[in-house]
Design a protein around this ligand. Structure first.
Ligand SMILES: [Zn+2]
Length: 116
């Protein structure tokens, strides 16, 4: 993904809000606030996604990276089982797509996304 997608997103939102404002010349302050808020939630989701995606914890499956997280049940190191898309929901109800390393526990056989 574009490393600065949020920058493009914020520019896009500013432009969209200006366009929206022109299409709604009689909008009240509250209506404008709602529209701006709605669009800012999209930006928040974008920034959240990039910040979470950038964290080192997703790289635990690779060599020379940090040690594997432990199974929450057995406390044995999880084995990396490839990367999968994980959808998380933000506070505002916006969906965030993250690519995370999926873990498999050799003790209990559980497959999970490490809780961090
Ligand atoms: Zn386990």
């Amino acid at each position: 993904m574009d490393e600065h997608a949020w920058l493009h997103k914020s520019t896009e939102i500013l432009t969209d809000i200006k366009t929206w404002r022109q299409a709604h010349p009689k909008a009240t302050f509250v209506e404008i606030e709602d529209e701006v808020h709605r669009r800012m939630m999209e930006l928040e989701a974008q920034v959240l996604q990039e910040a979470a995606q950038a964290s080192a914890s997703r790289e635990w499956g690779k060599l020379s990276e940090q040690p594997a997280p432990l199974c929450p049940t057995c406390a044995v190191p999880l084995q990396a089982r490839g990367r999968r898309q994980r959808t998380l929901q933000g506070n505002g109800g916006e969906c965030v797509q993250l690519e995370r390393t999926y873990g498999w526990c050799p003790m209990c056989g559980n497959s999970l996304f490490p809780p961090r």
